[in-house]
Design a protein. Structure first.
Lengths: 203, 203
């Protein structure tokens, strides 16, 4: 083939990115090497700095540069409210919604006994300690709407209730802007089962 | 927002990759930092090594670790045949076809006067020198089948003919495995215009 080993290694390394296969990794490598070497340098530096400097917040397991992340350290947040999510990306999504001003707990996964992911892997001992000691009143479960996400929410909900706290689950239903005919039947089933009186919608 | 500056810098740096927007860059960053730190380290090292160690072959402008790339250095290649392509990825594609055993010349672009890309940017002085001095007999033009790619092929074809060489263009037509009804009309027009006697197909 006559291709350079460093190029082959770059193809292989780029394939660790999610959604990047053999063709895309080649396109990315050629782009970085023949058209955007400055961008490549910036990527090397930013990724090395992130890997060196970003760890887990010791209170909520969010990605953080310090021992405690910016949200945990923010005194303006509501200490009575804890949102449980699966991943750092979910924290970003909830923040972007603008609907939430409480604290977070990031599971970094969801219960999946067959894959060896149990309560310890999700940091539930740390979560239980916070549920007992941190003055939390409500636990809002924002795990994903999959079978495993639901099981995880149910499990953590029962932990919260055993501590005498309120456990809530974010609502599932028709997405805003969604045409009814394109909504799958499971979602529509949940939307109908969870219907509310019109007056209560705004509450 | 409470997000760390290094994370924001990583999002920004990942967006230099082709086809990666804000959402994908976040997904990639979270994947590397929470699920595949080893992959992230490998990417830092492979990309740094590639940027430091890979330059342009001084004969064909292909990406190469040495002064001259593996194909230019290979004595088993046919010196009489030169394939002109737009990008390093095109060299890979032609090599993978298995139909070609000659040399290459990589333009790293195509003629586009409005974007300031003229003969000098495409290395045509170097190409002309090779056409005169290197014992080349046929120049196979494998630039893309776009308006600019065709113009580039025509321009280089005339250079080759002025040097007394044969200039050929790779065939355009219906892709193998392509259903006629899904082929666009421009391609079908070219396929019909370039039809060949059945006996000649195998030649």
């Amino acid at each position: 083939m006559g291709f350079s080993p460093r190029l082959e290694q770059l193809f292989a390394a780029l394939r660790c990115l999610p959604g990047v296969g053999p063709k895309t990794s080649q396109r990315m490598a050629f782009h970085l090497l023949s058209r955007d070497r400055d961008g490549g340098r910036r990527l090397v530096e930013a990724l090395a700095a992130a890997l060196d400097g970003i760890g887990e917040c010791r209170r909520c397991r969010m990605l953080a540069e310090a021992e405690v992340c910016g949200i945990c350290a923010d005194p303006a947040r509501d200490d009575g409210l804890l949102c449980v999510v699966e991943s750092p990306a979910d924290v970003l999504a909830v923040e972007e919604s603008g609907a939430y001003r409480g604290r977070y707990f990031v599971l970094l996964g969801r219960l999946s006994p067959l894959d060896g992911i149990g309560p310890d892997e999700l940091g539930l001992p740390l979560l239980q300690q916070r549920l007992r000691d941190d003055g939390i009143k409500e636990v809002m479960l924002a795990t994903s709407a999959t079978v495993e996400g639901e099981a995880t929410a149910a499990y953590i909900g029962s932990l919260a209730e055993r501590c005498g706290l309120v456990a809530t689950r974010i609502a599932h239903g028709v997405p805003i802007g969604g045409e009814l005919e394109f909504v799958d039947s499971n979602t529509l089933f949940r939307a109908i089962a969870a219907r509310r009186p019109l007056a209560g919608e705004s509450g």
